[in-house]
Design a protein. Structure first.
Length: 150
């Protein structure tokens, strides 16, 4: 493959040996594809589904700020588009002084498709990493049980 980039199919799934895919490498590589002309803050996300497949996403800004897409949301959408529905592991990277946590909306999206104990690694392009879990990122998460009136 040219320039060290990992090939991805049309649904944002990384090609190659799905069980050996390094989430750190996948997130770092997809981060370079981010469209961030307004903030210049590129974010990449890679997640491993329970079936072992790796899905990637990057932030996509829009001049109408609320209409942009976060990297985590893009990776989740790619996973769902491929037919997978459960996350086993997450890695998010940004060029920041400290590891950047997902926004509130992405925390809720991760919670929808991952158990509370699913590991999440937050990283900087300089190599700093912070390991946490979906449950620690979103304690008291809203879930389908909150809508059950029976």
């Amino acid at each position: 493959m040219q320039s060290g980039a990992q090939a991805r199919n049309h649904a944002g799934q990384c090609d190659g040996d799905r069980n050996d895919m390094d989430l750190k490498t996948a997130a770092r590589q997809v981060r370079e594809n981010a469209y961030a002309p307004y903030s210049n803050f590129k974010v990449g996300a890679a997640l491993r589904a329970e079936n072992g497949s790796v899905y990637v996403g990057c932030n996509v800004e829009n001049v109408a700020y609320p209409e942009g897409t976060c990297a985590e949301a893009g990776a989740i959408a790619a996973m769902i588009a491929s037919g997978a529905h459960r996350i086993a592991e997450v890695y998010v990277i940004a060029d920041s002084p400290d590891p950047v946590p997902p926004c509130g909306g992405c925390r809720q999206k991760l919670s929808e498709f991952a158990g509370r104990d699913v590991p999440v690694t937050l990283a900087t392009t300089d190599g700093a990493e912070f390991r946490t879990s979906v449950g620690d990122l979103l304690p008291g998460a809203f879930d389908a049980g909150h809508m059950d009136r029976s």
